[in-house]
Design a protein around this ligand. Structure first.
Ligand code: BTN
Length: 253
C-alpha cells in the first residue's frame, strides 16, 4: 500500500511492473469508465512518451512514472490550466519530501539547478464544449545516478538523488504528490484558476526573462511577461508586440 492520505486521488491504483506507457493504460481505463482520481503507476516504461512526440526514458525502479485520470466538468480550452496545477503540485511535493526548491519552466517542466527533473504530459478526450477525460502523465526522475545519463544529457537532466546526494523514497513522494494535486485541484474547481496562477508564478523561472519559444511552426524570441488567466504564455517581441504562446519549447536567455 502507498499509505495515501487523499480522499479520491489514487484510491484506485493500477500498479504495473512494465508497460509501454502508463498513458495508454490510463486512456483504456478512462474509456472503460474509470473514476476521476484513478492512477496508473509503473516501475518501468518501455515506450514512455514525452511532449512534442519525444520519448521519455523511464528506467526500472528509478523514477515515478504515473498517469492520473481527471474528469473536470470544463470546456476543452481550460485543459492547459490543469497542466499548470500538476506542475505546482510536483514542486510542492518535492519541496516537502526533499527540502529542495525546484522551479517551473513554462508550461510544465520542473527544474532543479536549471536541469529537468520532471515532465508532464496532458492528453485530453473532449467534444466541442466539454472535457470527457484528461490523462495527466507525470514523470519524475528520482533515484537515477549520474552515470545513468549519457554525457550529452548531463547538463540538461538530473534526478532528485543526484541533487540531494541521497536516495529518496518514491512511495513517500507519490503520497505527497497525490495529496498536493488533490488539494490544488479542489481549490481550482471551487475558486477558479486565480489562486493557482499566483502559486505557479511564485515558482516560475521564465517570467521576466528573455526567452526563445520554439513552436512546431517556428521560433519567436522576446521577453516572457506573464501568463494569462487561461495559462497561455505572453511573450513580448523586440517591437513591443505581444504574442500568445499556446504550446512551445522554451529556452531561457
Ligand atoms: C515531457 O516531455 O516533458 C513530458 C514527459 C511525461 C512523462 C510521463 S511518465 C508517465 C506518463 N507516461 C508517459 O509515457 N509519459 C508520461
Amino acid at each position: 500500500s502507498l499509505g495515501l492520505k487523499t480522499e479520491d486521488f489514487g484510491r484506485s491504483i493500477h500498479y504495473e511492473e512494465v508497460v509501454e506507457t502508463t498513458q495508454k493504460v490510463a486512456h483504456r481505463l478512462a474509456n472503460e469508465g474509470a473514476k476521476e482520481g484513478t492512477i496508473v503507476v509503473a516501475e518501468e516504461q518501455s515506450n514512455g512518451r514525452g511532449r512534442m512526440d519525444r520519448k521519455w526514458v523511464s528506467p526500472k525502479y528509478t523514477g515515478i512514472w504515473l498517469s492520473i485520470i481527471l474528469r473536470p466538468n470544463l470546456p476543452p480550452h481550460k485543459a492547459p490550466q490543469l497542466t499548470l496545477i500538476a506542475a505546482v503540485s510536483v514542486v510542492q511535493a518535492i519541496e516537502e519530501v526533499t527540502g529542495l526548491s525546484p522551479e517551473i519552466k513554462w508550461p510544465n517542466d520542473v527544474l532543479l539547478n536549471g536541469k529537468k527533473i520532471t515532465g508532464i504530459l496532458t492528453e485530453m478526450q473532449a467534444d466541442a464544449d466539454r472535457i470527457a477525460s484528461i490523462i495527466m502523465g507525470i514523470g519524475i526522475n528520482v533515484n537515477q545516478s549520474k552515470e545513468d545519463y549519457p554525457p550529452e544529457l548531463q547538463d540538461k537532466a538530473t534526478s532528485l538523488a543526484i541533487e540531494k546526494g541521497q536516495k529518496i523514497s518514491r512511495a513517500e513522494l507519490i503520497q505527497a504528490l497525490l495529496l498536493k494535486l488533490e488539494n490544488l485541484y479542489k481549490i481550482y474547481i471551487e475558486k477558479g484558476f486565480h489562486p493557482i496562477k499566483l502559486l505557479w508564478e511564485s515558482y516560475a523561472v521564465s517570467i521576466g526573462k528573455y526567452i526563445t519559444a520554439r513552436t512546431l511552426t517556428g521560433a519567436i524570441a522576446g521577453k516572457a511577461i506573464g501568463i494569462t488567466d487561461e495559462g497561455v504564455l505572453l511573450l513580448e517581441d523586440g517591437e513591443g508586440k505581444t504574442h500568445h504562446i499556446y504550446s512551445a519549447d522554451i529556452e531561457i536567455g
